[in-house]
Ligand binder design. Sequence first.
Ligand code: AMP
Length: 396
Amino acid sequence: MKDSILVINCGSSSLKFAILANAGQTTLVEGIADRLGSSESSITFKYQEKKSIVMLDEGSHKNAVTQVKLWLNAHSDIEHSLMGIGHRVVHGGEAFTKSVLINQEVINGITDCSKFAPLHNPAHAKGIEVAFELFPGLPQVAVFDTAFHQTLAPEQFLYPIPMSFYREHHFRKYGFHGTSYRYISQRLAQISLGSDQQGVLVAHLGNGASTCAINHGQSSDTSMGITPLEGLMMGTRSGSLDPSLISFISHAENISADEALDILSKKSGLLGVSEISNDCRTLEEAMASGDQRAKLALDMFAARTAKHLASVATTLESIDHLVFTGGIGENSSYLRQVICNHLKALNINIDSTLNEKAPRGTEYDITANNSNTTVWIIPTNEELMIALDTISLIQH
Ligand code: AMP
């Protein structure tokens, strides 16, 4: 039966993939090719609980997809079950407000958005072209991280800069993690009936992190901007700050504005403040052994996350639900607690015992008795969303 979808997520130097069957409910095989572009790249397949690694002679996206195809040739039952391919695409600009079946016009549109995502969109376009070449006849779908936020009102998405920049260059807030927010919104509506008619706050906290307000099932504000640098403090990204700092840093260090921006993207956030790591788990371990720099970095992360939750909440009529998701949101009881400590004035309270004992990888309600808002942990599932969009567009 043709019921499985190959989900491809092309990064600048990596390619993640998964094949999902049974309406996206079963993962048959998954894996990642990393260090693409270097001489040491490899691709890992995880199949039936076992991992196998293939070194890539030529570390290109094309070679990575070729290896997936070769693996499928050796597992012909899975190959024959494929009905389509779904691609995660970071930036869809204003052109793409929902997922679409890919044709040449769509590939051109994705390439046009490269100016806002120069590391990602060219890699996506490449991945799509290679997939058409290697899987001729299979329909392909693009699912955009920005699409869910195209419902923002102009007073939320415009920057207070001369309007000509928006008119001529489309400089505006786009927002990201949209596929994750759409999944959370739909999943919450299944486990808490009626939540799609209410106000929902979501903190997607991973190595990249953002917040989103969802009003009646539609994104009404989000913390990331024209790029994923705005908003929360992240693993290596500074998040929002006074833009004058770019000029101060470049003068003080005698570097260009682009180099200063690169520091805000790659050497700031948890890594920059802790001077230890960008990884939350590593910092929690360091904090547990008494490292004050790790504690400061984590506490700043929590304070800034709370601030951005409160900020996007201004677009809601009521804050009925708060959802934590992403690697940090799903696993760090410390950060969930500190974030919610900052939200007491909004009558958002969690039960410390429930928060501590929340089982990993499952949906869990951690609301305290005295809270006005229901607080949830919901593991996100972007691959499922991409598979479901792909199935639905192919079948129409
Ligand atoms: P993501 O980008 O969603 O994969 O999330 C990655 C982040 O989640 C990293 O900072 C990890 O350290 C963090 N993370 C994963 N598992 C845990 C855990 N058990 N406790 C704290 N942080 C975690």
